[in-house]
Design a protein around this ligand. Structure first.
Ligand code: 13P
Ligand code: SF4
Length: 324
């Protein structure tokens, strides 16, 4: 996405199908302020695919899944990175850009997966199951990453597991992602009991009912969904993979079993396709708003910091993943 954005009407064109005209003036003041602040501060906004359309389409410079945001965070020449997403994503950006200022607009934008495991849990697991590599999902704290051998995202989990060339790995903390990867590989995967509070709510019964109610619907599921949901879906992949699938296959009628803003953002790019919308909101992603992005740039808050010794070890786990 280009950093040069028009304002006013042409900007509204990007989102008019999901934002009613009466709401637009409320957004426009913050959008124009954010665009000016980005120029003043040489800042970029990295926005996850789950950010609301006024953020995703009107102020973001770089959008994508966790893997893309991590990769693209490394190539920016900006002095300041604002992470419109959740805390672990801001920490990953900071790990890869130790010299830059990384801001998260709301410090409480967490993640149920990141909260499901501590560094001490990982150390205990390594003691109990020695000599088995630990693959850690990026949806974790820097402390947990620091105890891991390598990170993965939903976009590369199988490739990471298979790159290790071992018969058995521990994969933390998402039980369902681990089981979904296990279904595709010969590598034995030992899982943790963490779940995404958004994706665990989808059921296989939901999928069957959707197919009955909307004949011909193509069902895409994020791999944080329970395995029985993924088994009933037509395709499973990271948020970027789902977006690419829609762009390439152009299914006339499609449902995305994931966070709600994802369908809004993709639907704006594909007005010709019908999006069926059972979806679940991520309360953590929804903590990020235009107002707190503006405040982040105005007040230089909240600065993401990571203790150097933790950062050094966590960075290694992320860099090993990115080197693949
Ligand atoms: P992606 O890496 O697929 O964007 O997933 C991140 C996430 O938090 C999904 O819930
Ligand atoms: Fe975490 Fe789930 Fe929200 Fe993604 S959608 S940030 S995994 S709680």
């Amino acid at each position: 996405m280009s950093a040069v954005l028009p304002s006013g009407a042409s900007l509204y064109d990007r989102v008019r199908r999901v934002i009613p005209p009466i709401e637009w003036p409320i957004f426009l003041d913050d959008i124009e302020a954010i665009l000016a602040l980005k120029r003043e501060r040489n800042a970029v906004i990295l926005a996850h695919n789950y950010q609301t359309p006024e953020i995703f389409h009107c102020v973001a410079d770089i959008v994508g899944d966790s893997l893309a945001l991590a990769r693209k965070a490394m190539s920016t020449e900006a002095d300041v990175i604002v992470l419109a997403g959740v805390h672990f994503m801001a920490e990953t950006a900071k790990l890869l850009n130790p010299q830059k200022t990384v801001l998260i607009p709301d410090l409480h934008a967490g993640c149920s997966l990141a909260d499901s495991i501590t560094a001490e849990d990982v150390r205990l697991m390594r003691q109990r199951i020695p000599n088995v590599p630990i693959v850690t999902y990026v949806n974790t704290s820097a402390e947990v990453k620091a105890e891991s051998d390598i990170c993965c995202t939903s976009g590369n989990a199988r490739a990471v597991v298979e790159s290790l060339g071992v018969p058995r790995v521990i994969m933390l903390p998402d039980e369902y992602l681990a089981k979904n990867v296990a279904a595709e590989t010969d590598v034995e995967i030992l899982a943790w009991k963490g779940h995404c509070e958004v994706h665990e709510r989808f059921t296989a019964c939901d999928v069957r009912e959707l197919r009955q109610a909307h004949p011909g619907v193509v069902v895409l599921a994020h791999p944080e969904c329970p395995p029985e949901v993924v088994a009933e879906a037509d395709f499973s992949g990271s948020t970027a993979a789902m977006s690419d699938y829609v762009g390439l296959q152009k299914p006339p009628r499609v449902v995305l079993l994931t966070e709600c803003s994802m369908s809004d953002n993709i639907a704006l790019q594909h007005p010709e396709l019908e999006f069926i919308r059972p979806c679940n909101l991520c309360p953590h992603m929804k903590r990020i708003t235009l107002a707190n992005i503006r405040a982040a740039l105005e007040q230089n808050r909240h600065i993401v910091t990571i203790e150097p010794e933790i950062a050094q070890r966590a960075r290694l786990a992320v860099e090993r993943m990115l080197a693949l």
